[in-house]
Write a protein that binds this ligand. Structure first.
Ligand SMILES: Cc1cc2nc3c(=O)[nH]c(=O)nc-3n(C[C@H](O)[C@H](O)[C@H](O)COP(=O)(O)O)c2cc1C
Length: 332
């Protein structure tokens, strides 16, 4: 396929199609990131996933991606200042990424102003993920180039607004908008562009690809699931994340117990309990993504499962989505 889909976003990045493969702990293996970029979209590295799941130091992982594709890729930085150690780690990840030539960053949570300052020194781009105007304001005050709006249908930590509502919510910021959350079929891409978004970000769709190294049971569960199989559970990280309702999820329920809730709500213990849950979650999600279906698995996925009917290559996904849009614009 030779045609590009020109939008502000694809032009800014110099890519063929405004399709982002979102960062996923634990599913962003370097081969998947590279395959999406090579196919004309842009893959996003999740540094913690690179180091702790895929067992490559970030610099080695980025060089490995560079050996697989010469196209641009991005790096995700979660910029919440949960602890000084965590903030230092994010700064190190940013420095390494810049040294290795990355020029596109997707920030989430917190204030991304310090990322923007460094990235602007090398003329790079920063897009911030948000679910509401109040988060978008902080990011735009910090000088980000664009926003990635996460809808109520998203995987991971979902938003609260629909594709249309979120567009209206974020439009006043006057920066390019990318739609994330619930996009699993080409028709969703067409709708997002028609709404006014400059591109889409998909995560769950790219788990069900040959290049993703997640377990086959996980991929098959995505293909088989429908929208009503997606539930939001607090039992992984302490805050709700979207998962497929597996037998284990049914058994343990989706709420944390009263003691954990008390610790999350108490100002003196909430930092500690959050760190504890995150540590356990990292281990648990790694195990769930790499092993077959066991009785204790958590398979993260968004409502986009409803549009995902087969496991494809990353290139097939991108080509199918791009062709659908190109055909709509130019039916010849
Ligand atoms: C398995 C999985 C892991 C995720 N991990 C992260 C993450 O580490 N950082 C992040 O910013 N978002 C993460 N997300 C959220 C996605 O990047 C994205 O916002 C959302 O999944 C988009 O919805 P979709 O899955 O329906 O395409 C994750 C989503 C999934 C499904």
């Amino acid at each position: 396929m030779t045609k590009r889909i020109a939008t502000t976003f694809s032009d800014q990045l110099g890519i063929d199609y405004p399709i982002v493969c979102g960062a996923m702990f634990p599913c962003s293996n370097p081969e998947l990131v590279a395959a999406v970029s090579e196919a004309g979209g842009i893959g996003i590295v999740q540094p913690l996933s690179m180091e702790f799941i895929h067992e490559r130091k970030l610099r080695d992982g980025l060089r490995y991606i560079r050996s697989l594709t010469d196209k641009p890729y991005g790096v995700n930085l979660t910029v919440e200042k949960s602890s000084a150690r965590y903030a230092e780690r994010m700064e190190r990840y940013l420095n390494i990424s810049l040294e290795e030539g990355c020029r596109f960053f997707v920030t989430s949570l917190g204030k991304p102003d310090w990322v923007v300052r460094k990235v602007k020194e090398v003329d790079g781009l920063v897009y911030h993920k948000c679910t509401l105007a109040k988060h978008a304001k902080k990011a735009c005050d910090g000088g980000v180039d664009g926003l990635i709006g996460v809808t109520e249908r998203g995987g991971g930590h979902a938003g609260v607004l629909s594709m249309d509502e979120l567009y209206k919510e974020l439009l006043p910021f006057n920066v390019p908008l990318i739609c994330a959350g619930g996009i699993g079929a080409p028709e969703d891409f067409i709708r997002a562009l028609e709404t006014g978004y400059q591109g889409i970000l998909m995560s769950t769709r790219f788990i069900a690809t040959h290049e993703c190294t997640a377990a086959d049971d996980y991929k098959n569960a995505i293909v088989e699931a429908t929208e009503s199989d997606i539930v939001h559970t607090e039992r992984v990280t302490g805050v709700p994340i979207a998962v497929i309702r597996t037998p284990h999820v049914e058994k343990v329920g989706t709420k944390i117990g009263p003691i954990a809730r008390f610790l999350f709500n108490h100002p003196r213990t909430k930092g500690w309990i959050r760190a504890y849950y995150n540590a356990i979650a990292g281990w648990r999600l790694k195990r769930s993504s790499q092993r077959g279906l066991s009785t204790r698995d958590f398979y993260q996925a968004g409502k986009s499962v409803s549009g995902i009917t087969e496991i494809l290559s990353a290139k097939e996904v991108i080509d199918t989505f791009a062709e659908a849009v190109i055909r709509t614009r130019d039916p010849q």
